[in-house]
Write a protein that binds this ligand. Structure first.
Ligand SMILES: Nc1ncnc2c1ncn2[C@@H]1O[C@H](COP(=O)(O)OP(=O)(O)OP(=O)(O)O)[C@@H](O)[C@H]1O
Ligand SMILES: [Mg+2]
Length: 507
């Protein structure tokens, strides 16, 4: 028996929340024990973030009750929730980009001395929480200059600085490196040992197995079941989430690849001047790009997509040299990039699902068809919503109101509807639930079978091993090797990713 049975810190009963056309939560119950790490699971759109926003005073429930320490409470604002010791780390980064790290950590509760902003206290206290999360940056660093993983750590540090009794983490690890995730685990365990309760949301079931004292699962806005410590394993979690067994993920069959579609000859990226990158991706080939965070994978994709210009070397598409001055040029040449950070580069969240889905297609096909007509736009969008199984009440829904994983699917759909020849994917299944992951893998297979050349970055070893015909490995800006067939293994990839000697073959 855990403390959550007898004397829970927080209890939610029969919580309901509807949005226009969507029943997000229906009679949901949740208890959180003191010093308990509770994992909350569910498919994309199951209602996890909505429930957490109710607990954090962001969204008022339509009905239901909350109690804290056995007493009924009303949490009608973030301020009230924080005053009661409840803090939420948002799924989508919620920082003020143009402010520095310290200002973000203390946003809305800046300390003052004699009526003047007390910057010294901000810096000192920020420094302490930044150390806790293992982030080695000055509190004076402007947030926008940090890579997304580090911004995520700032978000976590900010939540720690309020000394919560209940800390809610909504997919805190989705953009962290393996090492940063380990540090995060350390933080969670430390909080638990101090009696702080944590609600942890993640689609990475391995993390849940490693951390959780108890697992609660939502399905379609309702309680689907719970698992106690000894019962937590991968298959049980999946079954509760999707209501069925998931047989096997990766069914890659060897396929004959066509001619090279994307060729990089001595290409030099601005991030790693002096290193020449040589590789190619053939039509119908799925090539994984592996490496540790900072190895230069995202930078390479950005050059291939014309976001940044190469310093030297040559890029060829279907045998012809190309020089991209902007992504628009790359798009016209048939290249699509699904970026790592959907909010900044992939999606216009204030436009509708339909508009987002037809954006890239518009750019690419404008020359051929003139402006896409409305009807065409509509049928294209509806087809993509079905194909990717995007959970939205209708195609006219504003993207901001979709769940995180469903937003990711819209990004993917946007680029697919452009019918690219070369598809670049940067962490394509970030924030995607187990069931939908399988759908995305199938889609990648289908595209390859249709002759698309796919180059994808992934930090999930299983995904790289399971989905690639061939793997390119990067280390500190260099291509440290290329692996295929029988050479492909976790060990061989890690060896090259950590700077081990080059595989036998040259170039
Ligand atoms: N502000 C809103 N307006 C309209 N619908 C919303 C709003 N917020 C959430 N929804 C809808 O409520 C449902 C639950 O969404 P929620 O964000 O809670 O899912 P989730 O379990 O967190 O999913 P994910 O794993 O993808 O993050 C979804 O269908 C979503 O589109
Ligand atoms: Mg969510």
């Amino acid at each position: 028996m855990t403390t959550s049975d007898t004397n829970p810190l927080l209890e939610a009963r029969r919580i309901c929340k509807d949005f226009p056309g969507v029943r997000a939560l229906h009679n949901v119950d949740l208890r959180v024990g003191r010093g308990e790490v509770l994992a909350l699971l569910g498919e994309n759109g199951a209602g996890k973030s909505t429930l957490m926003k109710v607990l954090a005073g962001i969204l008022p429930p339509d009905s239901g009750e909350l109690s804290l320490d056995g007493q009924p409470v009303r949490l009608d604002s973030v301020r009230t929730a924080v005053a009661r010791g409840i803090a939420l780390i948002h799924q989508e980064l919620n920082l003020a980009d143009n402010l520095d790290v310290g200002a973000n950590i203390f946003l809305g509760r800046e300390p003052h001395r004699l009526g003047i902003l007390d910057r010294r206290t901000i810096d000192r206290q920020s420094g302490a929480v930044l150390r806790m999360v293992g982030l080695d940056v000055s509190p004076k660093t402007v947030v926008a200059t940090l890579p997304i993983g580090k911004q995520q750590l700032v978000e976590i540090a900010k939540a720690l600085s309020v000394n919560a009794r209940l800390l809610i983490m909504d997919e805190p690890s989705s953009s962290l490196s393996a090492k940063e995730t380990e540090t995060l685990f350390g933080v969670v365990r430390e909080l638990r040992s101090r009696g702080v309760s944590v609600i942890y949301i993640s689609h990475r079931l391995g993390e849940v197995e490693a951390l959780a004292d108890r697992v609660v699962v939502l399905r379609d806005g309702e309680n689907a079941g719970e698992l106690r410590r000894g019962e937590i394993d991968h298959d049980r979690m999946v079954r509760l989430m999707v209501g069925r067994d998931i047989a096997q993920f990766y069914g890659r069959r060897a396929r004959g690849a066509g001619p090279p579609v994307l060729e990089s000859v001595d290409l030099e990226t601005p991030a790693h001047a002096g290193y020449r990158l040589n590789f190619s991706v053939r039509a119908g080939e799925l090539v994984g790009l592996a490496g540790l965070v900072g190895a230069g994978r995202t930078e390479l994709l950005r050059v291939l997509f014309g976001v940044e210009r190469a310093l030297g070397g040559e890029l060829r598409i279907a045998g012809r040299p190309v020089a991209f001055r902007s992504p628009a040029d790359a798009i016209r040449a048939g290249i699509a990039l699904v970026p790592e950070d959907r909010k900044q580069a992939g999606l216009i969240v204030d436009m509708t699902v339909r508009q987002n889905l037809s954006l890239a297609a518009l750019r690419r096909h404008r020359r051929r068809f003139g402006l896409l007509n409305r009807r065409h736009e509509r049928s294209l969008a509806d087809a993509m919503i079905r194909r990717l199984n995007i959970k939205t009440p209708h195609a006219g829904q504003v993207v901001r109101f979709l769940s995180g994983g469903n937003q990711q699917k819209v990004v993917l759909g946007k680029w697919l509807s452009m019918q690219p020849r070369v598809l670049l994917l940067d962490e394509p299944t970030r924030g995607i639930d187990v069931g939908s992951k399988e759908e995305i893998y199938e889609l990648m297979e289908q595209l390859a079978a249709d002759g698309v050349a796919i180059l994808f970055v992934s930090s999930e070893m299983e995904e790289i091993l399971g989905m690639s015909d061939r793997v390119l490995v990067m280390h500190e800006g260099r291509l440290s090797g290329e692996l295929g067939g029988a050479e492909l293994s976790e060990e061989s990839i890690m060896h090259l990713a950590t700077g081990g000697a080059r595989a036998a073959r040259e170039s």
